[in-house]
Write a protein that binds this ligand. Structure first.
Ligand SMILES: NC(=O)c1ccc[n+]([C@@H]2O[C@H](COP(=O)([O-])OP(=O)(O)OC[C@H]3O[C@@H](n4cnc5c(N)ncnc54)[C@H](OP(=O)(O)O)[C@@H]3O)[C@@H](O)[C@H]2O)c1
Length: 277
């Protein structure tokens, strides 16, 4: 039987890399992508790396055309490429920085989807899995741009899934909480940082560092992606890991004021801000 063909964006590290490996183990032929392509990346010959910058229309269509030339079909697209801005007050990021994060996390996803959809429509078959975050349903303070980019991804995905169901194509979201990867190191620094906020940013960095010490590894998310790819009747949303499931439960059943208070308490925000007034 012919293998199913998958594209995983951002497969040079973290969640994307482990997902590519786990999809290979599940029987897919995988094309991973990153801006560097195969340069300096060892896939143990399990999957092929292609150069692809999700910020570029030309780069996206060149990579998708190459997979179509080689395989003639695309069964699964995992939109995983993405980055964050290091936790900081929202006004410390310029409009240019807001555009940059949306260009990758949101428009990058759209570029990929628009490029593969005609091929999926032609075969009336396909799966699209978008790697969102718990911040796609619970916005966290000092992570406004990243939260907004993942909320945009969530809305787009849910809308698109409605449109595509009758065409034999499904769209799902995978929502992890903190995951140990290069994500933290790859975040942009706020480009309008003010020295008066240095202590606040240091406190936020420490908070994230502590959370990452007990966080799941990327394998947990990869496992969820494989489960979603293989299930006969996919849902639109899947949390990944126990913390994410707990947050989803709270968001669904707890009163909004309780969730807000929980977010502030977890970050010790009110006591810290009062002490540093
Ligand atoms: N780690 C977490 O705590 C966490 C939690 C929830 C959700 N997520 C989401 O999971 C996804 C993967 O994150 P990760 O933790 O695995 O981070 P990571 O290790 O930093 O990996 C990010 C990947 O995205 C690629 N990438 C970044 N910008 C790109 C661009 N313009 N074009 C193509 N590829 C690009 C990077 O490849 P190159 O730099 O080689 O191009 C890299 O392979 C992201 O969407 C992130 O928002 C992460």
């Amino acid at each position: 039987m012919n293998k199913k063909i998958a594209i995983v964006t951002g497969a040079s590290s973290g969640i994307g890399e482990v997902t590519a490996h786990q999809l290979v183990s599940a029987g897919y032929k995988v094309y991973g992508t990153s801006r560097r392509g195969a340069l300096g990346h060892n896939t143990n010959n399990q999957f092929t790396m292609l150069a692809l910058d999700v910020n570029s229309d030309e780069s996206v269509s060149a990579a998708v055309n190459e997979v179509m030339r080689l395989e003639g079909q695309i069964d699964l697209l995992v939109n995983n490429a993405g980055f964050g801005v290091s936790p900081a007050p929202a006004e410390e990021s310029s409009i240019e920085q807001a555009k940059a994060i949306f260009d990758t996390n949101f428009f990058g996803m759209i570029r990929m989807i628009q490029s593969v959809l005609p091929h999926m429509r032609q075969r009336s078959s396909g799966r699209i899995i978008n790697i969102s975050s718990v911040l796609g349903f619970v916005p966290m303070p000092y992570m406004a741009l990243y939260s907004a980019s993942k909320h945009a991804m969530e809305a787009y995905s849910e809308s698109l899934d409605h449109e595509l169901r009758t065409a034999g194509i499904r769209v799902s979201l995978v929502e992890p909480a903190y995951i140990r990867s290069a994500f933290d190191a790859n975040q942009l620094q706020p480009d309008q940082a003010q020295s008066k906020n240095d202590a606040l940013r240091a406190m936020l960095d420490q908070h994230v560092k502590q959370a990452l010490e007990i966080a799941d590894g990327p394998d947990v998310v990869a496992k969820t992606v494989v489960k979603v790819a293989l299930t006969a009747k996919p849902k639109v949303r899947y949390t990944s890991g126990t913390l994410a499931a707990r947050l989803r439960f709270l968001r669904k059943f707890a009163p909004a004021a309780l969730v807000e208070a929980g977010v502030r308490k977890d970050m010790k925000l009110d006591s810290w801000l009062a002490a540093h007034r």
